[in-house]
Each structure stands twice: as C-alpha cells, then as structure tokens.
Write a protein that binds this ligand. Structure first.
Ligand SMILES: Nc1ncnc2c1ncn2[C@@H]1O[C@H](COP(=O)(O)OP(=O)(O)OP(=O)(O)O)[C@@H](O)[C@H]1O
Ligand SMILES: [Mg+2]
Length: 239
C-alpha cells in the first residue's frame, strides 16, 4: 500500500479522516447501492464545463472504492486534457490511445497505481480524433474485457458542453455522475448538460456538488437530482 506521502494531491490518501474523504466514501456507497437495481460497474464522470472537478472527484472515488476491497480500473478517457497520469505520477507514453490502435498491448498499458486494488489506464499520447476512438469497436472490446476483470471501472471524460466525447462514452457506461462546481457553474449550463445526457438516454446516477462553501454546506451536504442517488460535496478546502 502506498503511503499518503506519495500522493499529497489526493485527499482520500493525504487525509483519510477528513469530512471530505468521508463525503467521497458516501458517494461510493451510494454508487454501490445503485448497483442493486441495475448493474453499475462502469461509471462515467463528467461535467458541463471544464475545470469543475471531474478528475479530482474520480481520483478520490477510485481510491476509496479500491480501499473498500474492490478491484478498480480508472480510465483516463479525457484524451483532450489528460490528467490522471499526472495525479498518479505515472507515465503517459503507453495508454488508451495507442492501445486502441493496437500499437501497444494491454499489459503494457494497464498500470498498478501503487494503491492496493487500483489500476490505471492513462490516456496515452493525445490523438487527433478522440471521439472516433471512443466510438470504435476496439474501445467497446476493451470495455468488455475490463468488465470481466474489475469490480468497478471509472471513466474520466471531457466536459459535455465542449465536445461529444462524454456523450459517446455514455454508450459503454452503466451510469453517469455529473460534477457541478457549486461556486461557478450556472444552473443553465448544468441543466443543458443534464438535457443532453437525457437525450442520449444516459442513466444519470447523481450529481456531485464540488467546491461547496463550508458555511452553506456544514460538513455534509447532499443534493438530490431527479430522485436518483445524491452526491456528496467536496469542500473548497481540499480535493
Ligand atoms: N473541491 C476543491 N477544492 C479545491 N480545489 C479543487 C477542488 N476541486 C478541484 N480543485 C482544483 O481545481 C482544478 C480543476 O480540478 P480538476 O482537474 O479536478 O477539474 P476537471 O473538471 O477535471 O478539469 P478539466 O475539465 O480541465 O479536466 C485542479 O487544480 C484541482 O486541484
Ligand atoms: Mg480533468
């Protein structure tokens, strides 16, 4: 098990007892409950606009899920602004993009994170046609394989309103979590993103409100969207 000193950037490791880490555990548990009704193994995390906290949310969620003893694969499908390799300090020479064009083998690309049960597939070199790659049968085959190997597969994606990638990814995911920056995202943008997800008949698992000011949030704050599972917040004090 890697010590938290290796990953000060992940609050779930740096401060496992903080209310924020506890909030991530709550989200994990809600996602596990969602799996009772319908398979919820492949979870897509996206947002309406850039910078709302997708990568921070998915990284911490993947960590607390792995810590619960589940085998987890975290895929960086944000092939426009990949960040997972930086957060986990791994190489990005071998990853999703060169795996999909069969330039690399699976075993070269799936990396152990150094955290028990957590495996990473970084984006690989940025390709010119991310949306096409994510719509390819090679990607569908990869996901089929991953479903057999892992308990949970988390997919980090670009924002919905910018490019089609996230909507394309909903086809392989069992559900989508929408991260909303509580301080910046306006209601219109979030609603547009939800509307687009509904249009492609994505199963929206819930909304994670990120950067909720402590005052309004208290330690725990839940936001329920469309009667599905609610998400917990991560406050401004950490990520
Ligand atoms: N709750 C938070 N408190 C403080 N800083 C945060 C919080 N959430 C995210 N950040 C910081 O904000 C920046 C953007 O967050 P992050 O990279 O997670 O967003 P993103 O949605 O993945 O962005 P992009 O659209 O560029 O991929 C990062 O520097 C991150 O460390
Ligand atoms: Mg990101």
């Amino acid at each position: 098990m890697a010590s938290s000193n290796h990953y000060p950037q992940h609050i779930a490791l740096a401060n496992p007892k903080s209310p924020i880490t506890e909030a991530y555990r709550m989200i994990r548990t809600n996602l596990q409950f969602a799996g009772v009704a319908e398979e919820t193994k492949v979870i897509l995390v996206t947002s309406s606009e850039p910078g709302e906290g997708k990568t921070s949310t998915i990284s911490n969620l993947a960590i607390v899920t792995a810590q619960s003893g589940k085998r987890v694969l975290l895929i960086d499908a944000d092939m426009r602004k990949p960040q997972i390799h930086q957060r986990f300090q791994t190489s990005n020479l071998d990853g999703l993009s060169n795996l999909l064009i069969q330039e690399r083998k699976l075993e070269q690309c799936i990396m152990y994170s150094g955290i028990d049960n957590l495996f990473l597939l970084s984006s690989g070199p940025i390709p010119p046609n991310p949306a096409e790659m994510l719509a390819s049968s090679a990607f569908a085959d990869l996901m089929k394989w991953a479903r057999g190997e892992f308990d949970y597969i988390y997919i980090d994606a670009p924002p919905i309103l910018a490019v089609t990638d996230a909507l394309v990814l909903t086809r392989v995911a069992d559900g989508t979590v929408l991260v909303v920056d509580a301080q910046r995202t306006n209601r219109n943008m979030a609603q547009r993103a939800v509307g687009m997800l509904r249009q492609v008949e994505a199963r929206i698992l819930g909304v994670v409100l990120n950067r909720v000011p402590r005052k309004s949030a208290g330690y725990y704050y839940y936001y329920y969207d469309s009667g599905v599972q609610g998400g917990a917040h991560a406050s401004t004090e950490g990520h």
